[in-house]
Design a protein around this ligand. Structure first.
Ligand code: DGY
Length: 312
């Protein structure tokens, strides 16, 4: 559906390989291209942009654009658009799935059954964390953070949050959440879920210091961007039982996954599935097409990121 629409708008060339293009392939492919539709793993850095003389629009397939050199794009007069507002529920669903999977040890249980190692039900077998009455700590209270609050309320959890800008007392009351300073929140949470964008300030926001602050019974969930968590420090914390478990949908060097994580039973790993539902990916694709159509018709972009880009 999305591809048909794109093809009705312009000539479409798709990365022919079932992997991320290398820098050389990207540079070669962009030589005559006017519109680029990258997704998360494509590293659209300054050098790539400088080598694309005809490029006028980057219609990013995704909301996050930490992989794109925005300042260079702006300087070169290249507009950048993204797909905000349509993936909060799907991403919160994956965060919730990871949270429950880690806490209730679903992966471990399934591996036990498949390995033929399940002998009988036992009162102490694979005991996990409780949901009801426990405390969910959310770092980053944007659309996805709020979607997490709605899920947590259904599970009768207490929700505390930290955000760079505190919400108004009315918003906090409506959502039924309490603001905590970041370290206090990390100390208090039974489940800690990360929903901040990746920036210089949020890189390794969770490192050995923060993992030390967490309760030994707590779980860490990351569905935002891998570098927000120091993966090596996380491996140590999981190995040494400093925290009970983790659920990760994103990794520091995707698609590489820190070797230590693979060996651990107390971590659940998914391959960046946050927005991977049929409905969400279709909506994202249609937003990409809306932005492309606006460019072709000379109309204002529905989702322009670099609003200071020159219009000519
Ligand atoms: C985004 O849109 O930034 C997501 O990572 C894609 O799932």
């Amino acid at each position: 559906m999305v591809l048909e629409r794109l093809r009705s708008l312009c000539q479409v060339h798709i990365n022919p390989n079932d992997r991320t293009a290398t820098r050389e392939e990207l540079i070669e492919a962009l030589r005559d291209v006017v519109i680029l539709v990258p997704s998360g793993p494509d590293d659209i850095d300054a050098e790539v942009l400088e080598s694309a003389p005809k490029l006028k629009l980057i219609a990013n397939f995704g909301v996050g654009y930490n992989n794109i050199a925005v300042e260079t794009a702006t300087r070169l007069g290249i507009a950048l658009t993204n797909t905000p507002g349509v993936l909060a529920d799907a991403t919160a669903d994956i965060a919730w799935a990871l949270l429950m999977n880690a806490a209730r040890r679903i992966g471990e249980g399934e591996r036990m059954i498949r390995a033929g190692e399940w002998k009988c039900w036992g009162p102490l077998q694979l005991l996990g964390g409780d949901m009801a009455g426990s405390t969910l700590g959310i770092i980053g209270m944007g659309n996805i953070g709020k979607a997490m609050v709605r899920r947590a309320k259904g599970f009768t959890m207490r929700v505390i949050y930290w955000n760079r800008t505190r919400l108004s007392p009315e918003q906090e009351k409506d959502l039924g959440i309490e603001f905590f300073e970041r370290d206090d929140l990390i100390r208090e949470a039974d489940y800690l879920s990360l929903h901040v964008a990746l920036t210089a300030e949020t890189t390794h926001l969770i490192s050995s210091r923060e993992l030390e602050l967490m309760k030994p019974s707590a779980y860490l969930i990351n569905t935002t961007r891998g570098p927000v968590v120091d993966e090596k420090a996380l491996v140590d914390a999981l190995r040494e039982g400093k925290i009970a478990g983790a659920g990760l949908d994103v990794f520091e060097n995707e698609p590489e996954v820190e070797a230590g994580l693979m060996e651990l039973e107390n971590v659940v790993l998914t391959p960046h599935l946050g927005s991977a539902t049929i409905g969400t990916r279709t909506r994202m694709g249609m937003m990409v097409a809306d932005n492309i159509e606006a460019f072709l018709k000379g109309q204002p972009y529905p989702n322009l990121v670099n609003t200071d880009v020159s219009k000519d």
